[in-house]
Every structure is written in structure tokens, then in C-alpha cells.
Design a protein. Sequence first.
Length: 316
Amino acid sequence: MRPSTANLVLLVGLSVIWGTAFLFIDLGLDDFSPLLYAAIRFDIAGPVLLIAAFVVTRKNVLPRGRKQWSAVLTASVLNILGYHALLYWGQQHTYEAIASVIVGLNPILATIFSRALLKNERIGALGVLGLAIGLGGIAALALLKPGTPLDIQGLGEFAVAGAVACWALGTVLTRRIDHKLPAATFTAWQMLVGAVLLHASSLVVEGGGRASWTSTGIFSLLYLALLSSGVGYFLFFFLVSRMGPIRTTVVSTLTPISATVAGVLVLHDPVEARMLVAFVLIVISFALVTEPWKSRSSAPPPANLEMEPPPSGQMR
């Protein structure tokens, strides 16, 4: 198999892993309250990734100094607590296909935040137009939704949009801190600290949370912790090293396809016209903001676990 074909196959595979993650979030929410569900996911994923980081890098995996701990805390609050609390709560009240389309805003918002907050980034007229079109996609979801925009389903979809904003902002802020932690180590620690924050939030908001340890709930937890957060994470960075960050972010426009197929086949979810309209607008927005047709610098870096996540990288 040619390298380009292999990369495409892996990219599609990653989109399936991350797209079906929305289905398993939905299934698990039948057995767990949102905050507790997310917390247990990272109780599992954090230690596994930290052990993997140590085994592969053979380096000290403990953050050092104010910069590194500041980056870990920022990511824990925004990327783990903020993103997953809002996503899981919001997905209780809308279809997973709709949630996956909204999450497709991530590379767009991340690019906008990076160009606003990072010194070496700028956004041009095309980027502004792209952002407007992407937000138009979210507006279309609200305006074309049956019922009123601010009913419980509408609030759930706005919560998912808020989750995406948390992720994009957290990723850019941690890049701005310039913490220099290896990517696997950094991600493991944000999971570990984020799990503690999610458990504390569950205690306050959910009274400790609800858990029914059914086979479906347990399988969903393991899928999200090990396959989505574990295998998906390594596969993403492998593809970044082979294809570059811009081309790899195409995965964000592919995940709604597998999420929709999974929802229709397993949960018999409807395919709504508003979802298709929003999907098309977000794909156009993605292209205008990231400008993948522009030539990129030379050869990509070699694959390893010390690469820092690009602004558009995202764990499902």
C-alpha cells in the first residue's frame, strides 16, 4: 500500500473512532450522570497514557516549574472539565450527529483564537469570512430546529458549542504558555487533574453522581477511555507527523459522517435537514479559515510522542 493511501485509510479510521465516540457517549449517559461519566473515563485514560508516555519516552513524566503546572491546570479546567462537562450535558438533549457537527467548529475556533492570542499568527479577510460562515452554520442549527431556539434541545446544542469554545481556547492558551512538556505527558496530566476536577464538580452539582454498572455502560467507558482517548490520540499524532497538522484536521469534517451513520444504525436517529445545512457551512468555513491550499513548510517532523498538539487537535 502506498504511503498516501495508507495515510488516507488511517485518517478515515481515526474519523470512525472519534465519530463513533459520540454514540458511546450517548449510550453511557443512560447509565451515568454526565460529570461522573466523564470523570471515570479519565480515571482510566489518564494513568494508562501516563504509563505509556513513560515507557515510550523513558523520561521523567512529572511536570516541573510554574509554567508546566500552569499549562496543566489551564488544560485541565478548559479542555477536560469545561469541554467534557458541557459536551456530555449537551449531548443528553440532542442527537449525537448534531453534536458532532457542532464539534466540527473546533479547528475553526482554534485557528481564530490562535491568530488573536499568538504573536506569530494573523487572520485575514478569508478567515473572518470563514468564521462568519461557521457561526452561520450554528445559527442555522438553532433557527431550523423544531420548537424554540432556547428549549432544552436548543440549550443542549448551545452547551456543545460552548464546549468547543472551551477546548479551542484551552489549547491555544497552553501553547501560549510554552510549557515544553512532551505531548503524551502533558495530555496524561491534564486528564489526571481534570478527573479530580470532574469528580469534585460531580459531588457539588450531581450529589456524587449516578452510576449503573451495566455491560453497555462499562463497554462505553472502556471504548472512550482506551480507544477514543488512547488509540485515537496516538493515531492522530502519527498522522500529524506524516501529513502535517492542517491536512490531519480534515478528520474534524469526517467525524460527523461516522457519527451520523452510527446514530442512524444503532439508535435510529433521524437525519435532519438543518444538520446537513450546518455541516456544509462548517466545511466551507473550515476551508476558508485554515486555507489548506497554501503551501506549507517542508518536511514534517518525525513521529514521536514529544510533539505538541496543534491548535486544532482534539480528543473525542
